[in-house]
Design a protein around this ligand. Structure first.
Ligand code: FES
Length: 158
């Protein structure tokens, strides 16, 4: 038998795998435990760094600036969770952003093209394009909302 035959005979593919010794089993269990601890530790570390250094936010995106034509009527933007916003462009880069929630009892106002004012359908409250009360029961103007332009997008301030 040559030296080459000895090497191939000990590495036969159909040879049964050696039984793990108690030391090997313990080593495998320790490695699995160590790997699990690493994964959990990394997840906790990245969770904390995200909490300590939150990503920078621009605020709520209202839409591309080009969506609001200067001098055009207010655009009502629904918010699926809490409110509704009105955005009106008064010139290049100039906007009036209002809450479109009536200050009387919280109904959403509509823009009435015929009168050029906001109309609340619930109790006929009226507001002008700047949100000032024109008539009806609303006790206060529509709140003006701080906003800014970032790039080509209009955002509510956060
Ligand atoms: S809720 Fe708008 S006028 Fe009453």
């Amino acid at each position: 038998m040559s030296h080459t035959e000895d090497q191939t005979s000990s590495a036969r593919p159909d040879a049964p795998a050696p039984l793990p010794t108690p030391e090997n089993r313990l080593r495998r269990q320790l490695l699995k435990g160590f790997a699990g601890t690493l994964v959990v530790g990394a997840a906790a570390f990245f969770g904390w760094t995200r909490y300590l250094f939150p990503p920078r936010r621009h605020g709520l995106l209202l839409g591309p600036v080009a969506l609001f034509a200067p001098g055009g009527p207010p655009t009502l933007l629904p918010d699926p969770f809490t409110a509704q916003y009105s955005v009106q462009s008064t010139g290049p880069g100039q906007f009036i952003v209002l809450s479109a929630v009536c200050t009387h009892q919280g109904c959403s106002v509509d823009w009435d093209k015929a009168t050029g004012s906001f109309l609340c359908p619930c109790h006929q409250g009226r507001y002008d394009a700047h949100g000032r009360v024109l008539g009806g029961p609303p006790p206060r103007p529509l709140p003006a909302l701080a906003h800014h332009v970032q790039g080509d997008m209009l955002y509510l301030n956060s």
